[in-house]
Every structure is written in structure tokens, then in C-alpha cells.
Design a protein around this ligand. Sequence first.
Ligand code: ADP
Ligand code: MG
Length: 297
Amino acid sequence: MTVADNVTTVTAGAGDSAPAVRPDVVRVDDLVKTFDNGRVRALDGVSFRVPEGQLMVIIGLSGSGKSTLLRHLNGLHLPTSGEVQVLGTDVRHAGRKDLRLLRRDIGFVFQQFNVVGRLTCIENVLSGALGRLRGPRFGATSYSKALRRDAIMQLDRVGLADRAWQRTDTLSGGQQQRVAIARTLMQKPRIVLADEPVASLDPEISGQVMEVLFQCCIEDNITVLCSLHQVDLALGWANRLLGLRDGQVVLDSPVDTSLDEDRVMEVYRRLDPTGEKADEYQGHNGTRAPSVDPRTS
Ligand SMILES: Nc1ncnc2c1ncn2[C@@H]1O[C@H](COP(=O)(O)OP(=O)(O)O)[C@@H](O)[C@H]1O
Ligand SMILES: [Mg+2]
């Protein structure tokens, strides 16, 4: 493979003189995944590449294959056929050690937060550093002072420094997801995979959590692949949309400020040609207004 083979040209924003060339951190080629002896075809020939620093939202109705796709990127699923390469690692053929090393560089944010409720917030956040440490840790004081300071800083970034020593299960859903984001940042990942991170939250809180997640990833130059089913939330944050329908890519589009109403309607049509499931993807009106535009920062 040549260097030229491994890069995607990112069109520079208005005013920039030359296009920036960034290495691809994810390459997926003709990925097929079947379940139940081939009866379910969850992914059906999916191909795309993601350059470093991109904020990509994978959008699609429930059952379109979003979770299955994300789970291939950290080796939780292996392809039935096709290739998946992440940060230079061929996930399909990687050994255990290579997968373990790869997973250190990939943070995962879950729909259901996956924080440990009986632990304090700082303990949950500190556990994000475990992949870099040797041996188990019990309680915040078993981590170094520097790590504790870093954990507080990550909590501060998500607006929860004052909750550091509080049990995590005493927090609201949106706050627990922000603790989970701080834990992911503590991991120092190069890629964050977020699988419907706001699906359990109400619309206003969803907007806040998306803002915290994307803003922190922009600051840390982390590439994001985030699945969502609400189109307006995706438009507010992504700089690229990948649309899935029945396991196939039906849309792969940059998001820019010129995305007018006609184009948005076209996104809806691609995801749901009959319009029968409009409730599923139009449910978050009013949350599309990030305080900072990620496309220009
Ligand atoms: N472990 C599994 N066993 C059988 N079928 C599965 C499994 N995981 C996902 N599927 C099926 O694959 C398709 C895509 O599912 P999924 O990736 O969860 O979609 P989404 O995350 O977009 O809702 C669905 O038809 C789902 O029922
Ligand atoms: Mg899913």
C-alpha cells in the first residue's frame, strides 16, 4: 500500500488556500455481516474511509446496522466478508494483543452510559486510564496524584468537577453520560465510537451532551464516529453524514452550512423512502444549534 493510497483529501473550508490531507484512521471495504447462518444480513457491502479528525455521524433507522458497524471497528464483531482497518490495524486478522492495543486507542460511549453506579464519579473517570496502567486499582487513592488531577480536569470539561466525590448513580441520566464521556477522554483515545449516546435522554439534555462530546473531541483532535437516528442532531454536529438503510450505505455526504431544506428532505427520503418512520428521526426539533460551529473550528 502506498502513502497516497492511505489518505483522503479533505476539501478545505472557504478561504483556505490548499486542501488539507489527513491520513485515514478508518477504512472499511465491502463489509458484509450476516447473523443466524446468513438469514439476517445486517451489513451488506459497506465501504467508506474516515480521515483523522473527522466528525462523522452514522445515521439510520432502528435496525439499519449502525451498532453492528460500530462494533466492527473495535473488533467486537468480525466481518463475514470484507475488510476493516482501524489505525493501521487489520481488525479481521489481528491477534489478541493487537486488538488489545487497538482498543486502548478507541473510546466507546454507549447509549446506556455503562458507568458503575455505586462508584464515585472520579473513580469512574479514573478507570478510563486503566488500559495504560499495570494491575488493578481499588478506589481513587490507588491512582497517582497526577491521574487524579487529570480526572478532575476531565470532569471539569464536562461540567461536573463539583460532583467528583459523589456516587455516580445519584446523578441524572445526562450527567451520568457526561461522566462516561469524561472517562472516555481520560483514556486519551484517538477515535471515539459513540453508539446512540443520547437515545436515552430528552431533547434538551441530548443537545447538551452532544455539545460536550463533540466539543471535547474537537479540542483533543479525536476522530468521532457517532450513530444517531435524529437527523437534526446529526446536522448540528457532524461534518459528514453516512446514511445506512437495511445494511447498505444510501448516503455519504459532507455537512456544510449550505445544507438547505431540500437537501435535508433528501436525507429523510434516503433513510426512509416511504416516510413511515418519520417519528423516529424527526424527534429532536429545536436542538440543532451548537454554540460553537465544529465545521469552522
Ligand atoms: N447478534 C445478532 N444476532 C442476530 N441478528 C442481529 C444481531 N445483531 C444485530 N442483528 C440484526 O442486524 C440488523 C442490524 O441491527 P443493528 O446493527 O443493531 O441496527 P441499529 O443499531 O441501526 O438499530 C437488525 O436486523 C438486527 O436485528
Ligand atoms: Mg443500535
